[in-house]
Design a binder for this molecule. Structure first.
Ligand SMILES: Nc1ncnc2c1ncn2[C@@H]1O[C@H](COP(=O)(O)OP(=O)(O)OP(=O)(O)O)[C@@H](O)[C@H]1O
Ligand SMILES: [Mg+2]
Length: 518
């Protein structure tokens, strides 16, 4: 490997509110390496990379590219220097096509108009060059997250990125998509690209990266060769203590059925069945896991039950009530909580304060009003308690959510939903993007809720998580339940994978066990 291609020296960043997000950080990467950047939620990883990409300005410090000091004061100047970034929360325009997104800012023109055919061609060329398949004419809003990410990566490559920053690229991917991404990153590395890779998944870091820089509370804890560090070593350097990723749990004691789904059918916008007559029950006091490769109907299950999406036929019964004609709020009032897969779209109002996000749909409840007025003291006490319990890193409860780091936004959503006193929680990717310490906390909390008698439907692309938390589990493939395991501890990841990929399928009778009925 060659000399450092890029060096950041003594970077300090103080945000407008006085918060020191980076303090004297030294960071260096070599040409042709995949360099990991790790640290707890709020440690300053995204901040450091936004500075490199010109999206934030450092208060002190300098950046050297090939030994020359450079000024990066905007993403445009970063791109000029061959630095590209795929952000933690994607920045594509959903209503435009892939091609339109890809060429934004570098539009090919013909007679003064955007030359759309040329744009499509440019997309096809870059897609071929890097062997990343995309459909230039697809609307971004119809794409699965894994594909959106490819578009983001290609967008950076199209602009000539030699150094590619990927801010938590695998947080939203399935294991299969992650493998695919990794083989693509390896190819990019072979072509001489340098990749900076942010992730909370230490196993992946060990798998694909050459070296790692660890941040803690805005400071660098040093740079290491990954051969010299174990996963435990990394998490200890990040968190300052040993983290236990195995949750303790007793055997579930399920009670009566809280959620009953029968013959549920959902069609997509072109009329194709994405859920094909699926039926299952979730009882009080149990966690039913839903495994599957993303895009096999899991999201539609969550959206139908929570009222966010429509279903064409079938019945969903929550605590004995058919929810067909209920609004989202009415379903919530039945005691249904939801941790959505995409926190930025459904979970959160970014401009609003943490406090307002947490209490947004409790305002109308009687317990928060005192003689017709809001009981502000009670609200404040509760929110402060949640911030403390869930380790939400922030100034205070009035801070707008957009100022929080990605993982801390996720914690706000989890805190809000788990504290609603729900009877049923639909949990979709609960620990996506949160650091090892917080994962430990959230998993414990879900088990506690289960033990308090809550019904939990857990959807996760993280097989480890599914196996760890679920009492029983089902596998989705192409809109059908293809397997049901009454006791999840009897399944291996290998076996799950075979059902997920459609290599194996159980009979209707076997799967029917999921309704616990004769
Ligand atoms: N615009 C802002 N104004 C004030 N504080 C901010 C702003 N943006 C980020 N911060 C704070 O700076 C700290 C570092 O944030 P950053 O996004 O860099 O963390 P991170 O390491 O990427 O975390 P995560 O793993 O959760 O994505 C956080 O505590 C965050 O609240
Ligand atoms: Mg971040």
């Amino acid at each position: 490997m060659e000399e450092n291609i890029l060096v950041m020296e003594k970077i300090t960043k103080i945000y407008g509110n006085g918060f020191v997000a980076n303090k004297d950080v030294d960071f260096a990467v070599k040409k042709g390496e995949i360099h990991a950047l790790v640290g707890e939620n709020g440690a300053g990883k995204s901040t450091l990379m936004k500075i490199l990409f010109g999206a934030e300005t450092a208060d002190f410090g300098r950046i050297l590219l090939n030994g020359q000091s450079i000024k990066v004061d905007s993403p445009i100047s970063a791109i000029k220097h061959g630095i590209g970034m795929v952000h933690q929360h994607f920045m594509l325009a959903p209503s435009l096509t892939v091609a339109e997104n890809m060429i934004m800012g570098i539009e090919p023109k013909k007679y003064g108009f955007i030359d759309y055919d040329k744009a499509v061609k440019m997309c096809e060329e870059v897609s071929k060059k890097y062997n990343l398949a995309i459909d230039p004419n697809a609307k971004v809003k119809d794409l699965a997250v894994g594909i959106k990410q490819k578009v983001e990566i290609l967008k950076a490559l199209l602009r000539g990125a030699e150094i590619l920053i990927l801010d938590e690229p695998t947080a939203v991917l399935t294991p299969q998509e992650t493998d695919e991404l990794f083989s693509q990153l390896e190819k990019l590395r072979e072509k001489g690209h340098t990749i900076i890779f942010i992730s909370h998944k230490l196993k992946e870091i060990k798998q694909i990266c050459n070296r790692v820089t660890i941040l803690r509370h805005g400071k660098s804890m040093g740079q290491y060769n990954l051969q010299d560090l174990s996963e435990q070593d990394i998490s200890r350097l990040m968190v300052g203590r040993d983290v236990i990723l195995k949750v303790k749990k007793e055997k579930a004691k399920p009670k009566e059925t809280a959620l009953k789904v029968r013959d549920l059918v959902v069609r997509d916008n072109v009329g194709k069945e994405v859920l094909k007559h699926i039926s299952f029950n979730v009882r009080k006091g149990e966690i039913l896991g839903v495994a599957g490769i993303e895009g096999n109907g899991q999201r539609e299950i969550a959206e139908s039950i929570t009222g966010l999406g429509e279903y064409v036929s079938g019945r969903i019964i929550i605590k004995g009530q058919d929810i067909k004609h209920m609004s989202i709020r009415e379903i919530r009032e039945l005691g249904t909580a939801h941790i959505p897969e995409d926190r930025m779209t459904y979970g959160i109002s970014e401009e609003a304060a943490i406090e307002d996000n947490i209490i947004s749909d409790r305002f109308y409840k009687r317990e928060y009003s005192k003689k017709g007025l809001f009981d502000n003291k009670k609200i404040e006490r509760e929110v402060d308690g949640l911030i403390k319990d869930y380790l939400i890193k922030c100034d205070d409860r009035t801070q707008p959510v957009r100022m929080l780091s990605g993982g801390n936004i996720q914690k706000v959503v989890v805190a809000r939903e788990c504290s609603l006193n729900p009877d049923l929680i639909i949990v979709n990717q609960p620990t996506r993007g949160i650091d090892v310490g917080a994962i430990e906390f959230v998993r414990k909390r879900l088990i506690e809720l289960r033990d308090e008698g809550v019904s939990i439907l857990l959807i996760s692309a993280d097989l480890n998580e599914i196996l760890e938390l679920s009492d029983s589990l089902m596998v989705m493939c192409q809109g059908e339940i293809v397997a049901y395991f009454k006791e999840s501890e009897k399944v291996t990841e290998q076996e799950l994978g075979e059902y997920m990929l459609g290599l194996k399928k159980m009979t209707k009778e076997q799967v029917g066990g999921i309704m616990h009925e004769k």
